[in-house]
Design a protein around this ligand. Structure first.
Ligand SMILES: [Ca+2]
Ligand SMILES: [Ca+2]
Length: 270
């Protein structure tokens, strides 16, 4: 029997697509902040094949630091790491369906064809998301501002190291970075400092809250993905917090033009 046939049988007996299995092996008494989407988490893992053989571990090298919910890790682990606390130990089993990832540096030792993968996770730190942490994450050379060139490098780094890609492959990294600068650069000096970044992000997040309230009131289902706070922030062209299929499909064309929402604020807002 092929592995695809085994999977089909297992899904049939499961009554639907297989999900991850989580065992809480150890939880600290104190948990000041449980990991949720957008938080930055730093962890070690040991990975095992279905026959129990260890295929990899991060012990002995740098632990892994990723942001949750933005495509930096296989879907099964992204889900399984949610709710973890500093120092917590968890065993997460990930089915084939949720272990897909692009070829990249950080995940290169993880086999791509295994039916089930088991990860023993040791959570080191959970850092709660903030605008400041987000800005620092993108400021890869740590000089307190973001430039077009740096944003291109950041996007490249996300792809090479973590296998994160644009959902529309026609999007060009340089065009996206250019658009991003125009979207955030309040004083027009081609650099984004934290004050500009936070000002524009806060404006957008307020707009997203209103859109969300409106959706709740009219019981409209959100149709698309949650907005990514990294360079892909620009893909939510109508500022409603949801990146729809239409927005993704039109993105490569839209970003060739000036942003329709300008980084301009009235006197009251500044
Ligand atoms: Ca910088
Ligand atoms: Ca949208």
């Amino acid at each position: 029997m092929s592995s695809a046939q085994i999977r089909a049988l297992e899904e049939a007996s499961n009554g639907g697509p297989l999900d991850i299995k989580v065992e809480n092996t150890w939880k600290p008494v104190e948990c000041p902040h449980a990991a949720k989407r957008l938080d930055f988490v730093t962890f070690h893992y040991k990975g095992f094949l279905e026959d129990g053989k260890k295929f990899d571990q991060t012990y002995g090298r740098e632990p892994i630091r990723i942001q949750l919910g933005v495509g930096m890790i296989m879907a099964g682990l992204d889900k399984g790491l949610r709710g973890m606390c500093d120092t917590e130990l968890r065993k997460i089993q990930v089915p084939y369906r949720l272990s897909r990832k692009n070829k990249c540096k950080v995940w290169k030792n993880i086999p791509n064809d295994e039916h089930w993968l088991t990860f023993n996770i040791e959570m080191l730190t959970v850092e709660e998301w903030s605008l400041n942490k987000q800005f620092t994450f993108m400021d890869i050379n740590n000089d307190t501002y973001l430039t077009q060139n740096e944003l291109v490098k950041f996007t490249e780094k996300m792809r090479k190291e973590f296998g994160k890609t644009w959902s529309n492959e026609d999007i060009d990294n340089v065009m996206a970075a250019k658009y991003y600068i125009k979207y955030f650069d309040i004083n027009g000096d081609a650099k984004i400092v934290y004050e500009e970044f936070s000002k524009v992000m806060e404006r957008d997040m307020a707009a997203m809250e209103s859109a969300k309230a409106l959706r709740t009131k009219s019981k409209t289902k959100q149709n698309g993905r949650k907005r990514d706070p990294n360079v892909a922030w620009i893909l939510d062209f109508n500022n409603d917090g949801i990146v729809s299929m239409e927005e993704i499909e039109a993105a490569d064309t839209i970003i060739q033009n000036e942003p329709s929402i300008k980084p301009i604020f009235s006197k009251d807002e500044l």
